[in-house]
Design a protein. Structure first.
Length: 145
């Protein structure tokens, strides 16, 4: 499996991660699944509603999720993934991420070291919830129409 997005979308995710620092930033990725690839066509940033530990956890409130999903639905898109940042930690899923993730979605994680976005990696939780598998991130050049 691979997640496909534009360089501009990856830059937008990185910018959101830097703006949220020292807390985790998060958002939904909308698009479509095509065979073995998920193509991102829209990003919907959402607030990190975590008040007890926003530096190493994120929470998307149900109402925020529903609003973001409605935005994607209006454009005929499905939720294909979630992105979030890891302030001063590697771009790989934590045990908390594994406990709260949903199978079949792409999870792009961006590390942010001292306020600067770095490594971005994408992961998919196995259907049996037995762990994450890394998937490739493909940057696709897109022509504006």
């Amino acid at each position: 499996m691979a997640v496909i997005l534009s360089a501009e979308q990856l830059a937008e995710i990185r910018q959101h991660a830097e703006t949220a620092y020292p807390h985790e930033g998060c958002g939904l990725m909308g698009g479509a699944t095509d065979g073995e690839a998920r193509r991102v066509t829209r990003l919907v940033p959402v607030p990190n509603a975590r008040s007890d530990s926003p530096r190493n956890r994120y929470l998307i409130e149900p109402d925020d999720f529903l609003r973001a999903q409605a935005t994607l639905d209006r454009d005929g898109l499905e939720v294909i993934g979630v992105y979030h940042s890891h302030p001063d930690h590697p771009a790989r899923p934590s045990a908390f991420d594994e406990e709260h993730a949903w199978p079949r979605l792409s999870y792009i994680i961006v590390t942010v070291a001292r306020g600067a976005a770095g490594d971005a990696r994408s992961w998919v939780l196995a259907d049996d919830r037995g762990g994450f598998v890394e998937e490739s991130i493909t940057i696709e050049e897109r022509v504006a129409t």
